[in-house]
Structure formats: C-alpha cells, structure tokens
Design a protein around this ligand. Structure first.
Ligand code: ADP
Length: 172
C-alpha cells in the first residue's frame, strides 16, 4: 500500500473564516490525512481561547471529513511548527497565500523552515477570489463596530464572534 500523504495546515483560527475553509477544502484534495494545527499564539492576543478555537474548527470541518473520507484531525500546538509537523508525521505544510502582504512573512518563515527540516515541503494555496480578502483580524474588527460578518464566516461562528465581542465590551 502506498504511504499515506499527511499535510499540516497551521494557523491561529481566531476565528476560522470562509477563507480558511476554502483552503482546507483545497488541501483535502492533496492528502490522505489533514492535521489542522491550532496555534496557542498568545502574542496575537486571541479573542477565543485555545479550547474554543479547537472546538469550533473541529465542528466546522467534521462534515468535510465525512463527505470526503479524508481524515481531519484538529490538534492544538505550542511548539516550533517544524517540530509539530515532524511529531504528527507530516510530509508537507499547507499555507494559504492572500495578497502581497502575506508574501514577505511566508517567504521568511518557509526559508527558515527549510533550513530546520529540508524534507518537509511547504505548499501555498490560493483561496477562491471571493474569499481572498477575508482575514480573521478584520472579521473581529467589523463585529466590534456592529457590522455584518455573515459573508465572511460560517453562520454559527458569526453568532459566536458577536457574542464574544459583546461579552468583551461589557467587561470594558
Ligand atoms: P497565522 O497566525 O498562522 O497567520 P491564521 O489563522 O491567520 O494564522 O491563518 C492561517 C493560514 O491561513 C495562513 O497561511 C493564512 O495566510 C491563511 N489564510 C487566512 N485567511 C485566508 C484567506 N482569506 N485566503 C487564503 N488564505 C488565508
């Protein structure tokens, strides 16, 4: 039997957006098993806790796993991405590339990762143009100012973001 192809899609997913989901759907076509790595990322000061982000990503991707038969594991991590990728037996890392803005950071990160482990490739995927401009940070900003985020995130996620933002604003 051919070896299973394992891809890791890492991110903060604060919250998961339609852009992430589009990348996950494309990534699924390339692998036998997709590990979605949810990074602790305290420096980004996430709106949702790590546990909440893992739960939401799991919920929003479970139907895809059933539909495609591809195993999707949602796993939290708090270590060097390459260490995490090695630990889960990944053959490659999947990243989404939006506009020019993502390029510089991704270019540096991939270059360094290749020096840490040259055997793990990084694959860049582009989302469908209608999802390309979506960013978790902007979704949160729009929600904070009472804007409608329905076009950017799955329905349930939209409700959760609004509830979180309201709870935060009450806390002051
Ligand atoms: P990170 O903190 O690693 O940037 P994110 O959750 O913001 O985590 O993003 C995870 C990955 O998904 C990154 O590769 C990012 O470029 C990609 N991504 C996020 N939003 C989109 C989008 N709208 N289209 C394509 N890729 C995206």
């Amino acid at each position: 039997m051919a070896k299973q192809r394992v891809g890791v899609y890492p991110g903060t997913f604060d919250p998961i957006t339609n852009g992430h989901i589009d990348i996950i759907k494309r990534g699924i076509g390339l692998v036998d098993r997709l590990v979605i790595g949810v990074a602790t990322n305290p420096s980004k000061n996430p709106l949702f806790t790590l546990e909440e982000r893992v739960d939401i990503v799991t919920r929003e991707t479970s139907a895809l796993a059933l539909e495609t038969g591809v195993q999707i594991d949602v796993v939290q991590f708090d270590e060097l991405l390459m260490k995490f990728a090695e630990r889960v037996g990944a053959d490659f890392i999947i990243r989404g590339l939006r506009a020019v803005a993502d390029f510089e950071y991704e270019f540096q990160m991939t270059g360094m990762n290749y020096q840490i482990n040259p055997d793990i490739e990084t694959v860049f995927l582009m989302a469908d143009p209608k999802y390309q401009t979506i960013a978790s940070r902007l979704v949160k900003e729009v929600a904070m100012y009472g804007g409608n985020i329905a076009a950017f995130v799955p329905k349930q996620v939209g409700l959760e973001v609004v509830a979180k933002v309201e709870a935060h604003s009450k806390k002051g």
